[in-house]
Design a protein around this ligand. Sequence first.
Ligand code: URP
Ligand code: ZN
Ligand code: ZN
Length: 468
Amino acid sequence: MLSTLIKGGTVVTATDTYAADVVIINDKIAAIFGPEASPPGPWDITIDAVGKFVMPGGIDVHTHLDMPFGGTTASDDFESGTRAAAHGGTTCIVDFAIQPKNNGGHGSLRSGLDAWHRKAEGKAAIDYAFHMIMTDVTDDTIAEMGRVVSEGVTSFKVFMAYPGALLVDDGQIFRTMQRSAELGALICVHAENGFPIDILVEEAIAKGHTAPVYHGLTRPEIAEAEATHRAICLAEMANAPVYIVHLSAERSLDEVVRARDRGLPVFAETCPQYLFLSDDDLARPDFEGAKYVCSPPLRPRHMQEDLWRGLRTGNLQVVSTDHCPFNQKGQKEMGKNNFAKIPNGLPGVETRLSLLWNSGVRQGRISKNRFVEITSTAPAKIFGLYPKKGTIAVGADADLLIWDGDKRHTLNHANLHMRVDYSPYEGVEVMGAPSHVISRGKLVVDHGQYIGKKGDGQFVKRATFSYI
Ligand code: URP
Ligand code: ZN
Ligand code: ZN
């Protein structure tokens, strides 16, 4: 038996803030003592949390580790990516397994899921779960969805973007939604209309517009808004809940707000890149803009405040990262003469909590409780991890942060732990970082030192959707 006492901190959950000592026995939270009570002892480990916040570990429900994409593979695998996540205070990720494409044909969901288990097993530093990306929808894959859900993979992603690669058509999306309504699964949608985008891309290249800035100019906001609207309509027709991933812009948010005001079970996340970066970054000279190529693209700076409004009103429930890193050297460079060949994606699994704390909590945009809600509790509830994860309660997994809200540090790729040769936030000074990170009862990060080991993380089976 391993016993740990977290002493003298202020517990912050999505709903409450109070002074308490937290006791961990093995991998679970075993007791919470108010200031008037004295926890017995002795303890194997005592962590001094005086002056700090004790919060549920971050849950990042949108990562792409070791993912083949855009003619290359995301540079973080499950070992480096989950270790970096732990450094930043994230104790659970939900990564996207992919139904493979073999020689132009499609593999089974089974083979895709097995491949993702092999990528993660024995490597992860923190707990992990999977969504399943469906790249083809047939009678066989519809039948397979039930099996996948029974194995704890209770959400699927479909793409309205990337024709010829990941896109599935509206009929296929509708079928997955109908089936997910039967199974209690949740469909996540990448909402951008890939067909007009591809035409705009072709036209731009034909005119010699090859620089990274044209990535943004050929993926206009309306392509995202239209697809968001269509995804919501398809879900309504199928009587299914839907979750819009990486929402980037005001008009897409308007679609979500309208649907939610009509009482539909529509949910959406945004990501730090849309809150903190803008199309000015895409326009950086000397191919620096390539570092900021992701889809949907970065938007005009004024839209950042729309996304903060969405987070405050609850129309956006989650901030995840869409962590999908590619090195500038050798990977992003593939698009040196053609922006359409730049692999899409940004690193961010390590920097999410510090950025949000600094600009959200410290700058008065959201409360501490809302910070916990959007980074941990709501993702846990929406994706079937709650109450095992996403809160501080007796019996929950001891995934905990001791959070130093005043810790000042500068984001810099050399000091970060993601396996990628740049940070989109290079040189940005922030306040807020974990002094200790505890993953299922084990101290894995102690004052910036990683003391866990690969394979500490376990696959987590998720429950079906019940968050209305
Ligand atoms: O640019 C992005 N978002 N890359 C990752 C794949 C996706 O669409 O989520
Ligand atoms: Zn996507
Ligand atoms: Zn993604």
